[in-house]
Structure formats: C-alpha cells, structure tokens
Design a protein around this ligand. Sequence first.
Ligand SMILES: Cc1cc2nc3c(=O)[nH]c(=O)nc-3n(C[C@H](O)[C@H](O)[C@H](O)COP(=O)(O)O)c2cc1C
Ligand SMILES: Nc1ncnc2c1ncn2[C@@H]1O[C@H](COP(=O)(O)OP(=O)(O)O)[C@@H](O)[C@H]1O
Length: 282
Amino acid sequence: MVILNTVTTIKNSTTIAIGGFDGMHIGHQALFNELGENGTIVVIETGYANLTPKRCREKFTNKNIIYLELESIRHLDGVGFMKLLNEKFVDLEKIVVGYDFHFGKDRRYSYVDLTELFDGEVVVVDEVTHKNDSVHSHKIRAKLQIGDIKSANEFLGHNYTIIGKHIRGQGIGAKELVATINVQATEFLMPKEGVYATLTRINDEEHFHPSVSFVGHRVTTDGSFAIETHILDGEVTCKERVEISFVAYIRGNEKFDSLEELKKMIQKDIAKASKELKFLQL
Ligand SMILES: Cc1cc2nc3c(=O)[nH]c(=O)nc-3n(C[C@H](O)[C@H](O)[C@H](O)COP(=O)(O)O)c2cc1C
Ligand SMILES: Nc1ncnc2c1ncn2[C@@H]1O[C@H](COP(=O)(O)OP(=O)(O)O)[C@@H](O)[C@H]1O
C-alpha cells in the first residue's frame, strides 16, 4: 500500500481524483470515469471507512490508489494543501473532485478554492443521484443498518461485500443444524441482524457460491455475535479468507425455543435464498 505521506514524489500521474471514497459507490465511480489512462485515486484516509476499509477499495477499480492520512493534512490551509499535491504529483495537470468536495482545516475550502489555487484543470463532477436521491456513503450505511440491501447495492453499483477470516464456531451447526463457515470481519459495517441471500467466495476461488448467511447475536444458542455462511452448492474445504456478498434480506434475527424449530426455519431460509439467487450469474 502506497501512503502518500511517506513517499517523496509520484511520477507520470497527470490526473488525480480526491476524496474519502468509502464504498466506491456510483458517485465515486463517476469521478473515476474522468481519470483517463494515467489517473490516480487519492484516498483521504480518515480511519473510519467501514464499507470498503483500507485496501478493500482496490476491489472496485482498476486504477492506481494512493492513500493520504487525514491526520497529516487536516491542519493545512488551501495553499498548503495545493502545495502538497504539487510537490507529490510532479506531473499533475488535472484534478477531479465532486460537487460537494471540501478540504483543509474545518473543511473550509471547496472546489471553488481549488480552481483558484491550482494552475491546471479542475473537473467538478455533478451530483450523482439514484431515484432522485443523492448517493453518499452515509446513506448506504443507513440502508445497510435497516436491512435494505437492495437499495444499498443500487447506490453502491455492486453487492455490499465483507471480507474476513475463518474462525471456529461452537460446533453445533454441522451436527444439529446445517454446516456453516464462521467468519470474523471486524473492520466492516455489519448490516442489520438477520438472514441474507448471499454469495460466498473462499480464498481466491474464481467463482462465488450461492449461500445463505446469518449476521447477529445467536440468541437461540450462546448469545454471542456471529457471521455465519452456509454454502448451498456443496462442501468447501479450504477456508482461511472468506468473502460474503449480500444480495437480499430474508428475515430478522429470532429466538427459537428449540434447535429443531431453528432448523425448520433455516430450511425455509435456504429455499428463499435459493430462489433469490437462482437467476444470478455466479
Ligand atoms: C440460515 C441461518 C439462519 C440462522 N438464524 C438464526 C436465528 O434466527 N437466531 C439465532 O439465534 N441463530 C440463528 N442462526 C445461527 C445459529 O444459531 C448457529 O448457526 C448455531 O448456533 C450454530 O453455531 P456454530 O456454527 O457456531 O456451531 C442461523 C444460522 C443460519 C445458517
Ligand atoms: N453523489 C455524488 N455525486 C458526485 N460526486 C460525489 C458524490 N458523492 C461523493 N462525491 C465526490 O467523491 C469524492 C469522495 O467523496 P466522499 O466524501 O468520500 O463520499 P461520500 O459523500 O459518499 O462519503 C468527493 O470529491 C465528492 O465530492
């Protein structure tokens, strides 16, 4: 990962797009479309990104990304920020930002200041909306938190995807319910507690498996928080790194009086998830 603060200069990059870019949503993609061949994405890293934390942004672009820690630039005024960009990007000709881009101390400066301060071209991308609603990361987070996966995915332009590592479960699943892969993915925002039709990929497999996943506190068993995915198209063995893509919300988390009742419900969940995923190209 290239952190801009620690490198002296970046050569051959004539165009940059600047922002936080958590989510890499359709608004962000509109900026990337203006980058051209030698464009670089400059991520201002707040440390709070939880839709595409850290290097996960790289999954959703083929452009080069470099990272700039907010802490190291937040004190700068407009002139200072511009000086930093010019010093680091020695071939800079064009800067791409969105209509609401703000920077510098107290977010005091906008694209208007950028246009005055920069000697090259500033491209300002108009507001990107979906169904008359302005697309922003905070709105995607809010949608995920109420389980509105379909709208969140429409704003994102891709399925909301978390990546984590395989961890040991309680050992009840395979014996009494269905086999699940338990996942730890602490850096990501968790969608509303419940059951989802999902696509799961293990390590760097070429294809995703249709799956049904549970996210939440296992109120029926030990009460602890878990992310579990049950693969619908057979057994998988190698499972260090697990990627779960959320496609549709099926139901909320429930407490069942017995494992038999939970098992019956899981069978219904499987049927619903299979139906949701049937027409997807995996
Ligand atoms: C499709 C599916 C739906 C689930 N729904 C619930 C639920 O509504 N409430 C709940 O407490 N646990 C639910 N669970 C989690 C189970 O409690 C969990 O799989 C079980 O405790 C076994 O955990 P283990 O894999 O760690 O052994 C669900 C799991 C799956 C795969
Ligand atoms: N809906 C949108 N339409 C156009 N530009 C956008 C949109 N959302 C964000 N941008 C631009 O993308 C860059 C990154 O913005 P950022 O603040 O990280 O996104 P968000 O507002 O979604 O959290 C900024 O230059 C911003 O102006």
